[in-house]
Design a protein around this ligand. Structure first.
Ligand SMILES: Cc1ncc(COP(=O)(O)O)c(C=O)c1O
Length: 445
């Protein structure tokens, strides 16, 4: 199988300019993901590939699968058009679940919009809030597909903001301000600050003080703040900071008279979805919490382009209304994530590999700078290719996450059961050990 990770696009196309632009996948490693998907490792296919580049969890779907089959009632009303901002029943069930499990504030279902995944939520959000050429500030490293989500249809420019603090990666308002000034020099006007908490690819949480600092800075500058909290129910480990939703930080800021309730309603928005914490990415369900009247009205109209089928909406509402199920599922899923994370990091520690400690989501940020041929993205890409070809493991290179320094890789450890994860760890650590021995021998001779 050719696994060169290169993207082949036609030189000339009969599509529009924007259609032609969309022929190129958002990252060159996507080809390798797709090829590996069709030949995955299994005990009977030991030459197969380990897909550790997709933010997908298979760890707890058995529980969701068993439950959702009992929720598929298919009432006659599902055959009709519904509310394109999401049906009342699912909006209520999602609002209640978000309120109870992670937002920590009252969530009114009238402020919920439902679309086919957070991808669709972001696409619609950027359509509504930005004009072509506008920018979106994003602390780096970030989830590679954000580039596609904002630029492919809406022509919004991602503005990665590199953290000066390379230990915590915690961004500051000052760094954001600098990025705004630099963007202005290129003629780009930022309209949105996009925060992912818990983080992808780091698997860490933002401290409350940082969220408050960024929120006050952004809202006072007239920027929308979109908080992507798609991993909010996947905090499995201990950490100095607890998860806190941006909406709660914003409401606290109103109580402290630091922001007006009107500004918060207009500028603060939260995205959540069923793809990660519930492992239901194939169901394509995402939501936006916003109190902006304009955005809610916009969704009523534009939501039709990315609506979730009424059949899926109904089954999901029935599932989420069972609060005992939700609570026991969330806690069991965290236990399984923790177990896999510990398996991975125990292997890394034994092999003396450096990584950033995580406490949430499904990623580990692995530092392979010590085995790069040189400190360049070309060398990072070569190492990525070697890992692909020799270990049959697909990782996400740090460059795809827009991190400024070469040598880092995102490892998703939830996309396979623990027994397979052990095999992948054995392959990866043996490969690194071999590389180290070679380097040592080369240095001696
Ligand atoms: C931070 C983040 N936001 C959004 C998405 C998209 O999720 P969905 O499947 O809901 O479109 C992902 C998927 O990996 C993600 O990691």
């Amino acid at each position: 199988m050719a696994m060169n990770g290169e993207t082949k696009t036609k030189a000339k196309s009969n599509l529009s300019k924007r259609g032609s632009k969309a022929l190129t996948p958002f990252s060159p490693y996507i080809d390798a993901v797709n090829q590996a998907k069709s030949c995955q490792w299994s005990p009977s296919n030991e030459e197969g590939f380990f897909l550790m580049a997709t933010a997908e969890s298979v760890l707890s779907f058995d529980l969701v699968h068993e439950k959702i089959r009992t929720c598929r009632e298919v009432p006659a009303t599902v055959g009709l058009y519904g509310n394109f901002r999401g049906g009342d029943r699912l909006r209520s069930a999602i609002a209640k679940m978000m309120e109870r499990t992670f937002m920590g504030v009252e969530v009114n279902s009238a402020h919920i919009c439902i679309s086919s995944g957070v991808t669709a939520v972001l696409d619609l959000f950027f359509f509504a809030t930005c004009d072509p050429g506008d920018g979106c500030l994003i602390p780096a490293p970030y989830f590679p597909a954000f580039d596609n989500d904002m630029s492919i249809r809406n022509e919004v420019q991602p503005i990665p903001v590199q953290p000066a603090d390379t230990h915590t990666y915690i961004p500051t308002a000052e760094e954001m301000e600098k990025a705004v000034v630099e963007a202005a020099k290129r003629g780009v006007k930022p309209r949105v600050l996009l925060i992912t908490n818990p983080g992808n690819p780091l698997g860490t949480l933002y401290p409350e003080a940082t969220l408050k600092e960024l929120l006050l800075w952004a809202v006072n500058r007239g920027l929308h703040v979109l908080s992507d909290e798609i991993y909010a129910n996947s905090k499995f480990g201990s950490s100095p900071d607890e998860f806190i939703s941006m909406e709660k930080v914003a409401q606290n800021a109103v109580l402290e008279n630091l922001l007006s309730a009107e500004l918060v309603a207009e500028f603060v928005h939260t995205a959540y979805g069923m793809s990660k914490d519930f492992g239901m990415n194939g169901f394509r369900v995402g939501s936006l919490h916003t109190r902006s009247k304009d955005l809610l009205n916009f969704w009523q109209n534009m939501g039709m382009f990315a609506a979730v089928s009424n059949d899926t909406q109904h089954a999901l509402a029935v599932m989420l209304e069972d609060e005992n199920f939700v609570d026991s599922y969330v806690s069991e899923n965290k236990r399984r994530l923790k177990k896999s994370y510990e398996l991975l990091t125990t292997n890394f520690k034994t092999a003396n590999l450096h990584f950033m400690s995580a406490c949430a989501a499904m990623f580990c940020w692995l530092d392979l700078r010590s085995v790069l041929a040189e400190s360049t993205f070309k060398a990072e890409s070569e190492l990525w290719k070697e890992i692909l070809e020799e270990c049959h493991i697909v990782l996400t290179p740090g460059e795809a996450c827009h991190y400024g320094e070469p040598g880092f890789f995102r490892v998703c450890y939830a996309s396979m059961p623990p027994n397979q994860l052990q095999v992948a760890c054995d392959r990866l650590t043996a490969f690194i050990e071999k590389k180290r021995r070679k380097r040592k021998a080369a240095n001696i001779s």
